[in-house]
Ligand binder design. Structure first.
Ligand SMILES: [Zn+2]
Length: 79
């Protein structure tokens, strides 16, 4: 199952927060709502949670080679 992620860096804020939260959708919405209240001074509400839920993205894991040595330093990957 794909985890959902919400990344504070995508939302300009005075605190320049760099937090990213990932997990099951309901977990992320709850944790992000609590974070928004405690750090960003939002007011927890069904509307806030709806906005958070709408901004969730599928978590993208970095591509990790299954075998073999790591690529040499400086090599540019064309993903
Ligand atoms: Zn934040």
């Amino acid at each position: 199952m794909t985890r959902k992620v919400v990344d504070c860096r995508e939302y300009p804020s005075e605190s320049h927060c760099s937090l990213a939260i990932s997990g099951d959708e309901d977990e992320v919405v709850r944790a992000a709502a609590e974070h928004a209240v405690s750090v960003h001074h939002h007011t927890d509400s069904p509307e806030l949670r709806k906005q958070i839920r709408a901004s969730l993205k599928d978590e993208v894991l970095p591509a990790i080679p299954k075998s073999g040595p790591p690529p040499p330093e400086g090599e540019i990957f064309d993903l």
